[in-house]
Design a protein around this ligand. Sequence first.
Ligand code: C2E
Ligand code: MG
Ligand code: MG
Ligand code: MG
Length: 287
Amino acid sequence: RAKKDGRNAYRFFTSEMQAQSARALQLENALRRAQERNQLSLHYQPQFALDAQGESHIVGAEALLRWNHPELGWVSPAEFIPIAESSGLILPIGEWVLREALSQLRRWDAAGLPELTMAVNLSAVQFRHDDLPELVGRVLEEVGMPAERLELELTEGAAMDNPAVAITVMNELHARGVQLSIDDFGTGYSSLSYLKKFRVSKLKIDQSFVRDLTDDAEDRAIVDAVIRMASALGLETLAEGVETEGQLAFLRRQGCQSVQGYLFSRPLPAEAFAQFVLARTIPISAY
Ligand code: C2E
Ligand code: MG
Ligand code: MG
Ligand code: MG
């Protein structure tokens, strides 16, 4: 009996798995051609610095990858990034993201936007790849952008996967002048003792702690502790996923330096981003 149940359970499990892996395989095949077929694009979400006067200023953009497939429609990065990672496609795609984001930054400079930094997400697979610092240096030079304008976002998982290697790669990137931040901070398992060894300048507080900030005392305690610890270590903090004035007020009060979220803007196509920035930075008298 047990054997029979077991077999049924097994069969059910495999059909679930088959459906999942069929979709994954379909996506992987489609992703292989996505780049050459111009289905990939970047959206940009503005990042704001909070000042002591209670104002906010656009200081940067985060590049977020978008995939629009003719039949499948928009596929979420949460679904296709893991597939790009397991198939190795993240290497050519990640290189394209880096080049495209920095080229866009140059076009914005030429269009008269204020000097922004460009934050680019890095996968653990790219981070582990031998020639990452060299690749980054080459792309910066090719595009003609100083290294200081680039910020690479790394998750805790990517850094903690092999801390010794992470420290070496971070040192090399730092030596080239590139800034580094830890993305989704608080959701991984970074040992706090490593934070002082990692060459990062910023912690991005994960949106899961920001979401319920106004009604959850524990989330408030965590966010407060992260900001204090970061400040004691000489690190900046940026809160992700800020959607309400209440969240913003708390973050400002606790001394969080910068924010990003739907309260200010969703990620936007390049042209809309430029319009958004120009509308906010050109004084009214200039119109
Ligand atoms: P992430 O780097 O932590 O990016 C933040 C995500 O939160 C983005 O989702 C963004 O659209 C979303 N977001 C921003 N503000 C708000 C808000 O106020 N409320 C809510 N609910 N969400 C907000 P997205 O674009 O779907 O990207 C998801 C993840 O996919 C990213 O998380 C990042 O880990 C990964 N990803 C995106 N682009 C790239 C890329 O070029 N390379 C790599 N390796 N990963 C990428
Ligand atoms: Mg990010
Ligand atoms: Mg994040
Ligand atoms: Mg994330």
